[in-house]
Design a protein around this ligand. Sequence first.
Ligand code: NDP
Length: 263
Amino acid sequence: MKNYTIFGNPVAHSKSPCMHNLAFSGLGEEALYTRTLLEDGSKLREVFLANDLSGANITVPHKEEALRACDEVDSFARAVGAVNTIVRKGDKLHGYNTDALGFLKALQKFELDIKSILILGAGGSAKAISVILREAGYEVTILNRSEARLESFKAQGFQTYCFENFTVSPYDLIVNSTSAGLEDDALPAPKEMLIELLCNAKASIDIIYGKTTPFLKLSQNYNLPIKDGSDMLLYQGVLAFEKFVDNRHSFEAIEKYMKRAFI
Ligand code: NDP
């Protein structure tokens, strides 16, 4: 029996154990996936090895610490500075980031004619998503509430704005990658600014999952197709699972079982 877990703080809400255990049992893998509340991220490697884990996922706030816990980190995870998936190979821990590719898959399933994307927020998720979207050929702009977190985006050559210096222009897709609306009724940007953006957009996505956030509700007022973060969560899980089982099962087979966690 192989053991897997998700590390986070908090972690009680995580859907990952349900998603992965459905896929493990559906695909006949002898494995158990649990959740581990980890307060001190610097202990991640120690706890991973002490529990004899074969792999793990990492959620807020330990994705950066997870990168430091690995012996090898793939180039994309290193570029975005965050690891959400660790696989043990022999006595080495290998780190990956499947969040961003998960988002890209979710966007592709949306089947819209999108060229330009405005990302609201400049946190860890925005970092990962912006890099993969640009690699995939989209024009990406970042808009954040405050200036400080924009520095690393500027250094990578992204167009960046904070609310004070932003003038609204049309973007095909507006993505909320902030935590506004997760546990409150906040919008990710001033309402008037959002209304102008949404009136000129083709669609909007919120990466928060499992609820219609105030941002998505506002988007619905302007008859935009919307998507929450459930597909991103599903696909980052499928991509992590592929790595856990060393690609023994197809993406579609894993997806079939994991999807059942969202019914
Ligand atoms: P971070 O803490 O790294 O970044 C948070 C960002 O949100 C910052 O840019 C911050 O701006 C901004 N922000 C927070 N509150 C507000 C507000 N009230 N108004 C405007 N901006 C605000 O978070 P992450 O990037 O790690 O995660 C963000 C969200 O993404 C979370 O809600 C998380 O649940 C979700 N998520 C979903 C995933 C999925 O699979 N669907 C995967 C990963 C994350 P500032 O710089 O000014 O502080």
